[in-house]
Ligand binder design. Structure first.
Ligand SMILES: Cc1ncc(COP(=O)(O)O)c(C=O)c1O
Length: 390
């Protein structure tokens, strides 16, 4: 039985090969990439290159050098948003985002507003959380420098139609926050017209915490200022930050323990295929929505079927979410997440702010149908306390 249902925060467990790769890096390599010609430094560089190439292959990105490692998805989103705002600091700048976005987009925008950057929050459907691409088109003005949108909502599991949104962004760079979709569902940067793809390595990609990145289309780097400056192991004779990629954005030593683990998890995902993992997740979703229809006193907030969704579910119980989540853990060992999930406007949209948010459960590739049936049974016992035998 796998009672951990907080994969939207970070995935657990990780494939064994991830742990093995991290231990092997420490035991057999231990060097910093691009910082020496001895065998271990070359090996570390090879791991870094392999990781970039697996990431780019996964999303059909044009060039490995345009895959930038960051601390997490938040760091990648900050690099994209602040980088564009900084490049256009002497021009009128407007950015479009949506009510379903996470604070890792909303807070950088709020901070930039104080520096004169304007932004528009496009509203979403109150039932499904879906954003209408034509509303995004309407929000774009001649001064819009970026459209930033979460592919999958970490509150309702709503998956936006990025291909249609990409079409309305034909003249404006599109930044996609793939925190809840990368590794879960197919992403094609070319077909979807994604200029910038921000991702965590530690959620659907099954790598360790402390990994993430920003993948750029060729040429977009010309309008993204770097957010850190320092040593890159290259062009060391110059005090000026290099302009070639990835060095423009990757100053300082890399998280090689994390990146070794991420390389192994990407190889594991490639072996399974994203399509197979996606199909398994959809089967779990199907069992969950079907089973929960028969449970009284609890409802799913957001998409009620498998259409336009991923394996992230918000649940409304009759009592406060933190009480219900506590009871789920006490009675059944279920690990869920209660509250507003760092996405205040998504809860405003769904009408779940005043009650303190929702209880969120989210699936991972190691969950089985039996785990989902156990979860449904646990939710029923939680929503109907008289069912719990003392
Ligand atoms: C939609 C969304 N965007 C961004 C983030 C931030 O990701 P990270 O924790 O890797 O910074 C999260 C994390 O929960 C998320 O769900």
């Amino acid at each position: 039985m796998q009672p951990y249902f907080d994969n939207a925060a970070t995935s657990f467990p990780k494939p064994q090969c991830v742990i093995d790769a991290m231990v092997a890096y420490h035991e057999k390599c231990g060097a910093s990439p691009g910082r020496g010609a001895y065998a271990q430094a070359v090996e570390a560089t090879d791991i870094l290159d392999k990781c970039r190439s697996l990431l780019c292959e996964l999303v059909h990105a044009p060039s490995d050098s345009h895959c930038i490692f960051t601390l997490n998805c938040t760091d990648a989103l900050n690099l994209a948003i602040n980088g564009i705002a900084s490049h256009f600091q002497h021009e009128e700048t407007h950015i479009v985002t949506t009510a379903m976005d996470h604070n890792s987009v909303l807070r950088p925008l709020h901070a930039l507003e104080k520096q004169g950057v304007a932004y528009t929050v496009v509203q979403a459907c109150q039932k499904t959380g879906l954003v209408n691409p034509s509303d995004i088109a309407e929000a774009i003005t001649p001064t819009t420098k970026l459209v930033a949108i979460a592919h999958g909502s970490n509150v309702t599991g709503t998956v936006q139609d990025i291909e249609a949104i990409g079409r309305v962004c034909s003249n404006t760079p599109l930044l996609v926050d793939a925190a809840q979709t990368m590794g879960h569902t197919a992403i094609d940067m070319q077909e979807m017209n994604i200029a910038l793809l921000a991702f965590p390595g530690h959620k659907g990609l099954l790598g360790p915490l402390g990994t993430g990145g920003l993948i750029m289309q060729n040429g977009i780097e010309q309008i993204i200022a770097p957010h850190r400056f320092g040593g890159t192991g290259s062009a060391s004779e110059h005090p000026v930050q290099p302009t070639d990629l990835p060095d423009k954005y990757e100053s300082g030593s890399h998280n090689m323990v994390g990146i070794s683990g991420l390389t192994a998890s990407l190889q594991w995902i490639k072996k399974q295929s994203v399509q197979t993992l996606h199909q398994h997740e959809m089967e779990l979703c199907d069992a969950f929505v079907t089973g929960l229809r028969n449970v009284a006193n609890v409802k799913i907030i957001g998409p009620q079927t498998n259409a336009n969704r991923c394996g992230v579910f918000s649940l409304a119980f009759e009592e406060k979410p933190n009480i219900a989540a506590q009871r789920l853990e006490q009675n059944s060992g279920i690990r869920s997440r209660a509250g507003l999930h760092c996405a205040p406007f998504a809860h405003q949209t769904m009408g779940t702010t005043d009650c303190g948010g929702t209880v969120r459960v989210s699936f991972g590739p190691f969950h089985s149908l039996e785990d989902v049936l156990y979860l449904i049974d646990s939710i029923e016992r939680c929503a109907t306390p008289e069912l719990v035998t003392t």
